[in-house]
Structures are given as C-alpha cells and as structure tokens.
Write a protein that binds this ligand. Sequence first.
Ligand code: NPW
Ligand code: ADP
Ligand code: K
Length: 502
Amino acid sequence: MKIFRTEQVKYIDAYTIQNEPIASIDLMERAAHALFGWFRNRFHNNRKVIIFCGPGNNGGDGLALARMLLNVGYNVHTYYLSSKSYSEDFNTNLVRLKEASSSIYMINSPKDFPKIEPDDIIVDALFGSGLSRPIEGLAADLISSINSSNALVVAIDIPSGLFGEENSVPNSNPVVRASYCLSLQFPKIAFFMSENEEYVKDWRTLPIGLHPDAIEQTPSPYFYTTLSDISTNLLNQSKFAHKGSFGHVLIMAGSYSMMGAACLCSKASIRSGVGLATLYIPKCGYEIAQTAVPEALALTDSNDTHLTNYPDLNKFSAICVGPGMGQDTETASMIRSLIKNSTKPLVIDADGLNLISKNIDLLQELKAPAILTPHPGEFDRLFGKSSSSWEQLQKAISMAQRYGVIIVLKGAYTRVVLPNGEVHFNSTGNSGMATGGSGDVLSGVIAGLLARGLEPKDAAIIGVFVHGLAGDLAADDFGKVSLCATDILNYICKAFQHLTKK
Ligand SMILES: NC(=O)C1=CN([C@@H]2O[C@H](COP(=O)(O)OP(=O)(O)OC[C@H]3O[C@@H](n4cnc5c(N)ncnc54)[C@H](OP(=O)(O)O)[C@@H]3O)[C@@H](O)[C@H]2O)[C@@H](O)CC1
Ligand SMILES: Nc1ncnc2c1ncn2[C@@H]1O[C@H](COP(=O)(O)OP(=O)(O)O)[C@@H](O)[C@H]1O
Ligand SMILES: [K+]
C-alpha cells in the first residue's frame, strides 16, 4: 500500500472532491460514518462520550461523529475550542449537531474544561493533518488535562499535536496520548517511529473511498506492506519442479560458540523453499551442522574456530554471510575478498555487517546486488548514530542510494529501503521476536528466497513480511513472553501457507 505525507493526503482529498465528484461536506460525512462504525462496534452506549473538537475539519469529523452517536442513544458531550475562525464544514456540522443535542459547549478558558471520569471515553478531534505548528496556550492546557485523566482516548486521524512525519525528539510539545488512533484511509509515517509509541498505542486505518486515480498518480517513496501487497505468483511451484529448480543457497556462518546462528539461518532458508542449502562453517561446527540440519550439505573451512576463506561460488545462486561468524581479522579479510569477488547476490548480516563497518567504502566494491540486514545498533555502527528514528530512516535512504544496496533496517515496522529511495514499512511482527536468533532466521528466509530466484527487492520485502508473520502466528500459540527464534523458524511453514492460500 502506497502511503503519503499529510500534505499529499490533502491533495488526494481535494482531487476526490473534484473528480468523484463529492461535496466536501459529504466526504466528511463518509469519514464520520466510518469512525462511527468502528466506535459502535467497540463501545457500548452506557459509557459517557466526551468529544473535543478543534476549529478545522478534524473538529468537523468530531462534530459529525457526535451527531451519529447521539442518534443511536450514546450519551455524548461535545466541547469545541473558541477560535477566530472555523472551517466551513465545521460550521455546517455544528449547526447539524445543535439540531440534535443541547450538550455542546465552547471552551474559552481552562475553567470550561469538563471533569473527566476514568470510565469516560474521550474522542480527540482537536487537530489532524492540518497541524501547522506546535500547540500552545489553551489547546495545550486541554491536551494536558486529557493526558492526565485516566480515560480511554480515541484520536481521529492522528493524535492532536503529532505531526504526520517528523517530530522533535525528545518531544517537548503537547501531544494527546491516544489509546486508539483511527487514521483516515492511510497510516501516518509518524506511527512507525518508536519515539511516538506513547501517543499512538494502537492504530488502524478506516477506508473513506479516496479517489484511486489520485492515489495512483501521487508520487511517494513510502509504502506499507500488507498481505494484499505480496505477489504469491512469485512463490509458485511448477508441477515438474525438481530440487535444481529452486536454487542453491550458500550460508557462510558460525564460529566456535555461535553455531546456533548458522543452524537457525540455514534451516530458515530451507523452510523458505530453496532447492539446496550448503552450510560453510569452521571445522568445529561440522558435527553440529550435520546433526542439527540434516537437510543441508556441510562444507568446512580449513580453520577450526572461525571462517578464513570461502568455497568456489560458481554453483550457488545466492549467498548469506555473517550470522554468528565472529569478528576475527582472518574473517575480516575473507569478507573483503568475498565482497570484491562475488557475482552472486549477497545477504550480509550480523558480524558480516560489523566487519564492514570498519571499512564502509568496501560497499563501493560490491559486484553483485546486496541486501544488508542491520538491527538499529548495527546500522549505527555502519553509518553513524542518528538523533531520531526519522533521521535514521533518512540516512538509510541516502546510504541505500549511495551504495546501491538494499538496507533492511530491523525492528518494529522493519523498513526495507531500496537503492531507488523507496521505503517499505513492514506490517507483521511483534515484540516477542526481540529475542536472540530471530535475526538469523530472517537472513535465512531472505537468502532462501533470493536463491530461489526472486529479485532482491522481492526477496527482501516478502522475506521480512513472512518472517514477521511467522512470529505473529507463533505468538498466537505461545504468547510473546516465551517466543523464541526456533518458534519463528517452526512457523515459517504456516506463514507461507497463509500467503499461498490467500
Ligand atoms: N484528508 C482526508 O482524506 C479527509 C480529512 N478529513 C479530516 O480533516 C482533517 C484535516 O483538516 P484541516 O485541514 O482543516 O486541518 P485540522 O487538522 O482540522 O486543523 C486545522 C485548523 O487548526 C489550526 N491549527 C493548526 N495548527 C494549530 C496549532 N498548533 N495551534 C492552534 N491552531 C492550529 C489551523 O489554523 P491555522 O494553521 O490556519 O492558523 C486550522 O484552523 C483531517 O485530519 C481529517 O480529520 C475528513 O473530514 C475528510 C477526509
Ligand atoms: N518489537 C518488535 N516488533 C517487531 N519485530 C521485532 C521487534 N523486535 C525485534 N523484531 C524482529 O526480530 C528480529 C531481531 O533481529 P536481531 O536484532 O538481528 O536479532 P538477533 O541478532 O538476536 O538474531 C528482526 O527481524 C526484527 O525485526
Ligand atoms: K486528532
């Protein structure tokens, strides 16, 4: 799903009004109806609902929602900020609401704030995508009052005070802390930044029928990967397929005390449909590999404890290098040589990245497409520290462009950043996956798909999605607390089944 900056959504909104065509007030009615549907399914009408409205169309949405809730028997109290001017649709909805309710109050000063009980439901319709500067004065006091109540808060479109993309870190501006955020049609990029977790605990999008032509024509480098974006044709299995049809992956991983990473990674590549997997390991790992991963071939380095060389690459269709590999100087020279000589696509993970970070311009010597899979710590080691997730993302974009590599910046909403500057935020995965070995499973999945013949971009985007989905399905059965990397590995099958059945 393509996603947009807030000012672009304004354009798509205006295009829809002009070309559907639909009157602006009717588009607002449609948005309010979507909000109403969600609200009614979620909350019984025995709880008091307090709706706070600002002077623009976000406030207009709040007023229209108030009317719809009143019509079906909710106990609704509506408060709106005094302002020099209000949007036209706000005014129309205020008139409409006044015909249905007498519980409408203007807020002129803090003494007009209502008392909020813990069981009340607050709707935050103060400011949406039209926020033009940090909030001050009366509106800021109101936000403090909302945040200090223990009531549940439902924000319309975006928590008031939060900008759609970049926000200062730490954020000293007043922002509503929403329990739920109902974002109209698209998620906001700000939802994917870890610093905003306290404002956006749970969010969902509500479709409001914005014009498909405007969505198609408006350029954006940002995407959100959901199930419907995954092209399952890429996973087709021909009836006459044989193991040679699905590629041969080389996994270069492991060292003394870190053979687990090599096993997890190679098993994950096998579960991702590769025809053959060869594990290249130091001698100490031979019996471990042959016992733990019977499906893989095992080749050993001349060294006992760490990798110092790589095998003939001719027969392999993709290579994964790095998991549990350690950072010995001999391993460092091996990876330098591998980068300069491999014409086979590479997945570089973990210690592979740590070794490259000592000489980042090595990336300029890559002969083959490469997918780098850093977690935020590895990313900082490679490209330097950032002061916020937004800045880190912009850095990932410029580094992917500079070196012509794919960067998979891992974490919640893993970002797959392409050399053309596109960013694909992933929708699957959960915090139960923040456990040792999860990343080794991911690099194996991506390498398996790459070896099967998927384009690097597809291998990265689908690999990240499937890995997160496996983690979600495993968490459904085992819970997040106990989830471990082996569980993710064991649920890769179910994740692929889920995709190919869709
Ligand atoms: N897009 C869609 O698809 C659809 C969008 N819809 C809804 O419209 C919302 C966007 O509405 P919007 O453009 O009227 O902006 P909104 O957020 O209400 O605020 C603007 C007002 O606030 C003011 N203001 C701004 N910052 C301020 C500050 N710091 N402190 C004080 N004042 C401040 C600003 O004043 P100004 O900046 O001009 O001084 C202006 O008066 C969107 O989020 C969604 O809910 C749906 O109805 C239909 C489909
Ligand atoms: N909070 C989270 N939400 C979603 N996915 C997560 C979360 N924390 C970690 N993950 C995923 O788990 C994996 C962890 O990888 P990594 O940090 O490299 O682990 P390790 O080095 O132990 O293998 C990544 O794919 C990451 O996206
Ligand atoms: K809002």
